[in-house]
Design a binder for this molecule. Structure first.
Ligand SMILES: Cc1cc2nc3c(=O)[nH]c(=O)nc-3n(C[C@H](O)[C@H](O)[C@H](O)COP(=O)(O)OP(=O)(O)OC[C@H]3O[C@@H](n4cnc5c(N)ncnc54)[C@H](O)[C@@H]3O)c2cc1C
Length: 557
């Protein structure tokens, strides 16, 4: 297949963006960062699984191929001016394809560190390379053009976990379901795997991993690498939600040596949002995953190192440099630390909840959500002030608000003024000792079943909007008592720290804590994990970037 033929693949994006051709003048600029080499016909210049380099074709042509069984299938052929690679090159992840010369010719080979230097210094080439890399990864995901195969069953928790881990980490894969796919038994025989061994992950048609942990998958795919505990980073960022990624982008772009440690996948809570419509600059909205993938690539472009499936489990800040202990027992050293571990909304224990998140189940009641359910019936779950505020706010525009609480009433948990307003509102109906037991719908929520917890009598209502306002738990348990927390477990920073907090932490007293600084000098907290934060993507991003300003000040001390 030629480049022209590749365009016939009906690419979702303009072909000239996915497979651009560099001009002779642009090729000369790339050449300053790489080395020219001759290739013979049929020569393999990059194997599947290898990564860390790109090739620009200056004579002849180079095919990018994948393996289908034992047969090579050409994904695209790069002619003169075209270049290889996709986002894996920047992150050092396992490469997904092989590059083979179709004929004798000449290439410019650029390795990862020189490519980073190129994209950081040449804005025109940076645009061309970065856009092509991101679009190519999206094409690979959309087409399932990958040698990563997951065999499993949709009724197995292990399968769902692996599928979610790969999807949230933007790893293209082919999924074969035991229940639905006739080919699965042939695959199982081929790899000598029994049904009881599922789920299995097959890489490159050879390596078979049986129900691998997230950590093991991350190691195989190059998403996580062993860390050098002796290397002292300017800042170690814990958590790669919007706050952590923003800190990484600003820190790395301002020349800091940045490491980000993420326990699951970049994007955090925002990554689970199907459409974020209130983030500046995206008038038609952007999916949380898309936003996270862009920020992740942007952080790597500036040289931040991001590892996933590794969890921070303790801070050791008695002496400098600080040390962060990870869940595998390894440690990383840092001059400053930014805690961006976020929070998780308390979820309802209902089957299929995840399927309706963003499609009828919401964790915030803002004008955006209110618009979605104008004139309809809605349910608010929870008996705290946030649930009360949501019910009163929604009652202004919807037909009926059912407030469901497990307790016998609201008096114990909600402010009196809110209870009174709920009682006085003709469109709010309080259901005490009630819990949701099932959600129904095809593409989005269409009906809800709830039951009275005393009589066990169940009711089914055609309600398409459920607001879960049962509070959020900050991800701070791992910190034990190393930094001061508020009464809900969120991290106290700056002006929120009392004299007693600072005395207990033995604050040195030469200056007051910076706005986002915790009770430990040089340790910052940003985003949802911080007490007083607004719990929005924009505030997380704002705080992540602001923290870098304070990091510079601390590094100068
Ligand atoms: C379904 C849903 C929809 C939403 N929609 C919107 C919206 O439309 N608009 C809006 O403004 N806001 C929305 N929000 C809120 C918004 O997503 C959050 O405010 C934002 O993600 C907070 O960012 P953060 O980086 O502070 O924390 P998080 O997003 O919570 O990220 C924290 C990260 O830290 C990682 N982590 C946790 N513990 C550790 C550890 N010990 N070591 C290493 N890593 C760790 C987690 O895996 C996670 O990736 C939504 C939230 C949800 C759940």
């Amino acid at each position: 297949m030629t480049v022209a033929a590749a365009t016939k693949l009906r690419l979702a994006s303009p072909p000239e963006h996915v497979f651009p051709r560099l001009t002779p003048e642009q090729i000369d600029r790339v050449a300053a960062f790489g080395s020219r080499r001759r290739v013979d016909e049929g020569e393999v210049v990059l194997e599947i699984g290898e990564s860390g380099k790109v090739f620009v074709v200056t004579a002849g042509s180079l095919a990018t191929v994948r393996m289908v069984g034992d047969v090579e299938e050409t994904i695209v052929t790069h002619g003169v001016g075209s270049f290889t690679g996709e986002v894996a090159v920047l992150s050092g992840q396992r490469g997904l394809a092989r590059n083979r010369a179709c004929e004798a010719g000449e290439l410019i080979e650029v390795d990862r560190s020189r490519l980073m230097a190129l994209v950081q210094t040449d804005s025109e080439l940076s645009d061309i390379f970065m856009r092509a890399f991101i679009l190519r990864r999206l094409e690979i995901i959309a087409r399932g053009s990958t040698d990563l195969v997951l065999l499993g069953s949709r009724h197995s928790a292990g399968t769902l976990r692996i599928k979610e881990f790969l999807t949230r980490n933007a790893q293209p894969m082919t999924y074969i379901d035991l229940e639905q796919d006739a080919d699965v038994h042939e695959m199982l025989d081929r790899f000598h795997v029994g049904v009881a061994d599922l789920p299995v992950l097959i890489l490159g048609g050879r390596t078979v991993l049986h129900n691998p942990t997230d950590e093991r998958i991350a190691e195989y795919l190059g998403l996580s690498v062993p860390l050098d505990s002796a290397q002292v980073r300017d800042t170690v960022i814990l958590g790669a939600g919007p706050a952590g990624l923003a800190a990484a982008v600003y820190g790395a772009s301002e020349g800091l040596d940045v490491l980000v440690v993420e326990s699951r996948a970049p994007g955090g809570q925002a990554g689970s949002s199907s459409r974020i419509e209130n983030y500046l600059g995206f008038p038609t909205g952007i999916s949380g995953q898309d936003l996270a993938a862009r920020a992740y690539t942007q952080a790597q472009k500036f040289g931040a190192q991001v590892i996933v499936a590794r969890k921070a489990r303790a801070l050791h800040c008695e002496r400098r440099p600080f040390s962060v202990e990870l869940d595998d027992g390894s440690t990383v050293s840092a001059r400053t630390i930014i805690i961006a571990t976020g929070a998780s909304y308390r979820k309802l224990a209902i089957p299929d909840l995840a399927r309706f998140e963003g499609a009828g189940v919401y964790y915030a009641a803002t004008p955006m959500e209110a618009q979605l359910c104008r004139g309809e019936d809605v349910i608010v779950v929870g008996g705290g002030n946030s649930a009360g505020q949501a019910a009163i706010f929604l009652a202004q525009s919807v037909r009926r608000v059912y407030v469901l609480v497990r307790a016998a009433g609201l008096a114990e948990t909600m402010s009196r003024y809110l209870v009174r307003r709920i009682e006085q509102s003709p469109s709010i109906e309080l259901r005490t000792r009630t819990e949701i037991v099932a959600l129904e719908g095809v593409d989005r929520l269409q009906a809800v079943c709830w039951r009275d917890t005393q009589t066990m009598a169940a009711e089914r209502r055609a309600v398409g909007h459920v607001f879960v306002m049962t509070g959020a738990d900050p991800a701070t348990r791992w910190l034990a008592d190393s930094v001061a927390l508020d009464d809900k477990g969120f991290i106290k920073t700056g002006p929120a720290l009392t004299r007693d907090d600072l005395a207990a932490a033995r604050w040195p007293g030469t200056r007051p804590p910076h706005h986002l600084e915790t009770s430990l000098p040089g340790v910052f907290a940003v985003g949802d994990v911080r007490g007083g934060n607004l719990k929005r993507v924009a505030s997380a991003v704002g705080e992540g970037s602001t923290a870098i300003g304070f990091v510079h000040q601390v590094l100068k001390e």
